[in-house]
Design a protein around this ligand. Sequence first.
Ligand code: ADP
Ligand code: TZD
Ligand code: MG
Length: 586
Amino acid sequence: MAETLEREKKEASEHQADSDSTADLTDGFHLLIDALKMNDLNTIYGVPGIPITDFGRLAQASGMRVLSFRHEQHAGNAAAIAGFLTKKPGLCLTVSAPGFLNGLTALANATTNCFPMILLSGSSEREIVDLQQGDYEEMDQLAIAKPLCKAAFRVLHAEDIGIAVARAYRAAVSGRPGGVYLDLPAKLFGQVMDAELGKKSLVKVIDPAPAQIPAQSAIDRALDVLKSAKKPLIILGKGAAYAQCDDVVKQFVEASGVPYLPMSMAKGLLPDTHPQCASAARSLVLKESDVVMLVGARLNWLLSHGKGKQWGEPGSKKFIQVDIEPSEMDSNIEIAAPLVGDIESCLSSLLGSIKSADVAQPPAAWIDTVNEKRSTNLKRMAQKTGSDTTPMDFHGALGALKNIIEQRPETILVNEGANTLDFARGIIDIHKPRKRLDVGTWGIMGIGMGAAVAAAVETGHPVLAVEGDSAFGFSGMEVETICRYNLPVCIVVFNNNGIYRGTDTNPTGGPDVAPTVFVKDARYDLMMQAFGGEGISVESRDELDAAVNKALDSGKPTLINAVIDENAGTESGRIGNLNPQSVVKK
Ligand code: ADP
Ligand code: TZD
Ligand code: MG
């Protein structure tokens, strides 16, 4: 009895000593939070659960913004867009195996688009995973993530958290930006260490994306090629938007006098209404130009790989390419003047040398040809976008939204779908940099609500999400997230009863509808009402105009179901040429 009492007393005093000393201890949870905050990474997009629930709570308690989603893919897409908008890695937090896999699509998509993000994922116990003994949500996540992102790291010891975060940050933003995976086994979070030593283990990343200065010889070569041009063209890509050196881009384009084409997320770097903007003469400038200067744009499928009919006679052009990634050069076609470096350094150097190098303004004949084509096409487009039919066609509905964005140029446009995407890209002018977010390099559906949340959270500006009804469905449940955080997001669902059109039928006459067709006359607006947001269905251009203006004035989460003629779209929007179709009649 006395022995038991003695032992209990001893245990009690040890316990007392333990709790006294916790002030001098830290653990994996706190070290990770401290490491992120030290690097000014203060917002997390994610979905809670084992083993990261408490991490989310503690992060919020520490003053970080922790935004929970309904599905990890959308949290990941939000993190990727946060990365694009801020030049800092967006953070996505997921649980093990299935949550991780849901987030992985977004990580891969971010990497494909050159957006910096870090996917932080809890994982199961290494010993059990490696022996494949069937742990809760068991998966070798590091191995799976590796081929799908720019870099992947696992942290096993609390004292390595600081260096791991630093490595992940640097890997995400330096050179060509991309997605990084950070594997955090459950045991790591509870590991305890001396607080002072813990503090010393943290790393503040200095100069995370160092300027990459181009060689003068490369600058001279680029200017020589530009000088030789009779019909020059500049193509601005989303790398130029990401670089956030908007003034330098504008000064360079204006000093050169060269017509430019913005890729879709580079729209607004200079306003689409700029006199040098050749978007409305796209086919002509691609075909007829003799020197093409790419600035943060890849010659991938979106530019027909720099060859083929669209580009005129084979061998009729020389390319200058400004890019931070050396191996991008000659990836599809010969680059006569590779200019490897960051866009700000490259364009500043070019700008500095353009006068002394005697680069003349482009010949007037070329500018006149481009301008003529541009004004004919703009006139033709204006007729179409004036359309006022009921139900609406794409042109009429988008004509209304074009005017709204012109009056509210701070609004960030999010855009996905097929026809809804392709027509909006052509019709809605963007007036400021990084105000258009879309399906990016993969043409992926499902970025909509994640992008909308991140755009609102990161910038505080209103967001207009223009969504095909199919596209919206991929992330539609996140309307609850938008309502929960009361974000100034107005979603317009272009409801044409399906994918491309709502008119396909089942040739067998059987009970299933065609694979491209949805429930007719669905009311997407009611989804928003379910969570306390505003929801309205509109059939005419005037109604659409009034509803969007009201939503943007109020800043309230709103979903507008815009009824679009189900006959109006075309198969695959503007990329029907990539869609194989059977010619065999059976
Ligand atoms: P788009 O789809 O608009 O044509 P891409 O995503 O194909 O644009 O190309 C973006 C390019 O920009 C990538 O090749 C990437 O390496 C490059 N890039 C990204 N950031 C920078 C930067 N700061 N400086 C130079 N190049 C950059
Ligand atoms: N799944 C994913 C992740 N990305 C895709 N791009 C597709 C499927 C295929 N796809 C497109 O390329 S566009 C599209 C799908 C399903 C939807 C088009 O229908 P919509 O647009 O209603 O969004 P429109 O206006 O009716 O053409
Ligand atoms: Mg549709």
